[in-house]
Design a protein around this ligand. Structure first.
Ligand code: NQM
Length: 383
């Protein structure tokens, strides 16, 4: 399509959606909130689709006052879902920028993912079973998969339940998620630089990708404790500049190219646990600081913690356990992350003489979490 035709297709898509509306479900997924669409209800042309989504969200505008977005990256998200030939569903995650006219598919979102199973059942893409229904979700952003188990008593999705997740008031029905193929799914390798430690912009880091490209840094190395609030961290201009300098160098070394305008990699400041968890986190996503932590960002940081030789491997915690409690600004996220490592030799320097260690590369065996989701509104969205 020429630029001119793409622009007029975009204008036409927005005009039609302004008059007729677009079928849309608003859901909370985990600690995020977003708009869920069937792919067939959005324009197939990308320029037209993005123009429509920007208009629906009210972007660009720091308040998103003329749209459905919540004026924060965590509430300016979109799931596009369709039946997958051969079974299950396809899920494309789109991050709609709040204050810029951009829509990005460069990252996945494990929180919005929590609503995809319920949405797919509600829209009839997957038949509900008695009791629980499993939905195999193919995550298009990373090419990995999630098996979501959704409560469906009486063959109907139920959102009421007794599962609590930190960062969300009250309780809701659990959505149990098992992930497959997350290791290296964005960057091609679990440790994308080939190292367990690197130095970027004068700071020692570990670059890791277990579903999300993450640069893990010991908070102390950046002169903070890791207990500061997101607002305090965002107000610290020195810190934000240091984080961004590290991120730009790390992103290139992780094979992500120039990440100036990209939402990945995230930079996760890690510190000792303070409330009985495994370790504490403050996650730059990347300009704002997460009020909790992304599921895949947490699962990636967990790998860094579990593997000897990384910048946070020495943090306290039971390294024999697969249950990992990631502390964050509004509580904690429980994850199951099991990594096979050779603890005797992994991370050690190669011997100066004699044959190199034959220790196998760490292998992620299991990654899983429990999230909740809630249907907030189902109807037509007007552009
Ligand atoms: O890491 C926000 C979130 C996310 C990402 C972000 C996420 C994940 O909604 O799996 O879900 O990091 O931009 O928590």
């Amino acid at each position: 399509m020429t630029t001119r035709t793409a622009a007029s297709a975009a204008a036409e898509a927005v005009r039609t959606a302004g008059e007729e509306g677009v079928p849309c479900m608003v859901m909370r997924g985990g600690t995020s909130k977003g708009l869920y669409f069937l792919a067939e209800d959005l324009p197939a042309d990308r320029t037209a689709r993005d123009a429509l989504l920007l208009r629906l969200m009210g972007s660009p505008d720091t308040r998103q006052i003329d749209g459905l977005g919540g004026a924060h990256p965590l509430t300016s998200k979109v799931a596009v879902v369709s039946a997958r030939p051969g079974g299950g569903v396809d899920y494309l995650f789109l991050q709609v920028s709040v204050d810029e006219a951009t829509v990005s598919d460069r990252q996945n979102c494990g929180n919005i993912l929590a609503g995809v199973g319920p949405f797919a059942i509600e829209r009839g893409l997957v038949p509900a079973q008695e009791g629980t229904t499993s939905v195999l979700i193919h995550m298009l952003n990373t090419g990995s998969e999630a098996l979501a188990t959704v409560s469906t008593p009486g063959r109907k999705v139920t959102y009421a339940g007794d599962a609590a997740i930190a960062g969300v008031p009250g309780t809701a029905s659990p959505v149990v998620l098992d992930y497959r193929g997350t290791a290296g799914s964005s960057c091609g390798a679990l440790f994308p630089t080939g190292n367990r430690r690197d130095e970027f912009a004068g700071v020692e880091v570990t670059c890791v990708d277990n579903g999300m490209p993450v640069v893990v840094v010991d908070a102390a190395a950046l002169g903070v404790t890791g207990t500061e609030s997101p607002a305090e961290l965002e107000a610290d201009a020195r810190l934000c500049a240091a984080v961004e300098a590290v991120r730009l160098e790390a992103g290139a070394a992780m094979g992500l190219g120039d990440v100036t305008d990209a939402t990945v990699p995230k930079v996760c400041l890690v510190s000792p646990a303070r409330s009985g968890g495994t370790f504490g986190t403050r996650c730059f996503i990347p300009k704002r600081v997460h009020e909790a932590i992304g599921v895949f960002a947490g699962a990636s940081a967990a790998v860094a913690w579990a593997v000897p030789g990384t910048v946070i491997a020495e943090l306290a915690g039971d390294h024999g356990s697969d249950g990992i409690r990631v502390e964050h600004p509004t509580g904690h996220t429980d994850l199951v992350v099991s990594v096979e490592v050779d603890r005797e030799t992994a991370g050690q320097d190669e011997p100066a003489d004699g044959p190199p260690h034959q220790s196998p590369a760490p292998r992620v065996l299991v990654t899983g979490s429990v999230r909740t989701a809630r249907k907030l509104m189902d109807g037509l969205a007007f552009a």
